[in-house]
Design a protein around this ligand. Structure first.
Ligand SMILES: Cc1cc2nc3c(=O)[nH]c(=O)nc-3n(C[C@H](O)[C@H](O)[C@H](O)COP(=O)(O)O)c2cc1C
Length: 170
């Protein structure tokens, strides 16, 4: 005989159906737990979308030598309410343009990764990273390779933006 049949007999006998009461209690406890879980997860969703709306989880990281990329980075940062981080090499690049071209070409050709002056303090907070740099020698400056190597970016959305002169490369 199943529980339902037993309950029917107990009801006929005018006795309380303990099994049914217990199963109702279990069901209620389960529903309460599910409601609590769903409220908690929608609170987390709300917090995530609120952060996104405020730009709290967006970082604009940029490298700029003569200021062009810095201007674009600032425009993106203000439009999104994001955080800004300037990528700088530990050893400053030469001021002289031709010397810089020579150094950039040499760093590019030997795949050099110059040490950074600083890393982003808590990269884990950011879900979306705008990464800005000037084109050097038809590619990204060596310091950008260092930035990519030094930060754990797996699973994040990376949006590159560039400035360039005449020829950005293929
Ligand atoms: C070392 C060096 C190499 C460059 N190589 C290129 C290049 O290959 N193609 C290009 O279109 N512009 C090139 N440029 C020009 C820069 O990409 C451009 O001026 C950029 O907007 C500079 O950005 P910044 O002011 O943020 O440093 C080069 C500039 C420098 C200093």
């Amino acid at each position: 005989m199943g529980l339902c049949g037993l309950g029917y007999l107990l009801a006929l006998a005018g006795l309380p159906n303990i099994a049914a009461m217990r199963s109702n209690l279990n069901r209620r406890a389960m529903l309460t737990a599910l409601a609590t879980l769903s409220a908690a997860s929608s609170a987390a969703d709300d917090e995530r979308s609120e952060k996104r709306a405020k730009g709290d989880d967006i970082l604009v990281a940029y490298f700029s030598r003569s200021g062009n990329t810095r201007v674009v980075a600032g425009l993106i940062q203000r439009a999104l309410g994001a955080e800004l981080f300037e990528i700088r090499p530990a050893m400053a690049y030469p001021d002289d343009y031709l010397e810089q071209v020579k150094k950039a070409t040499e760093e590019r050709d030997r795949g050099f990764e110059p040490p950074l002056a600083a890393t982003v303090p808590s990269i884990a907070r950011y879900q979306t990273i705008y990464l800005g740099f000037p084109i050097w020698g038809e590619t990204a400056p060596a310091v950008i390779r260092s930035f990519l190597k030094k930060h754990a970016l797996a699973g994040k959305t990376l949006i590159p933006f560039i400035t360039h002169g005449l020829w950005p490369g293929k």
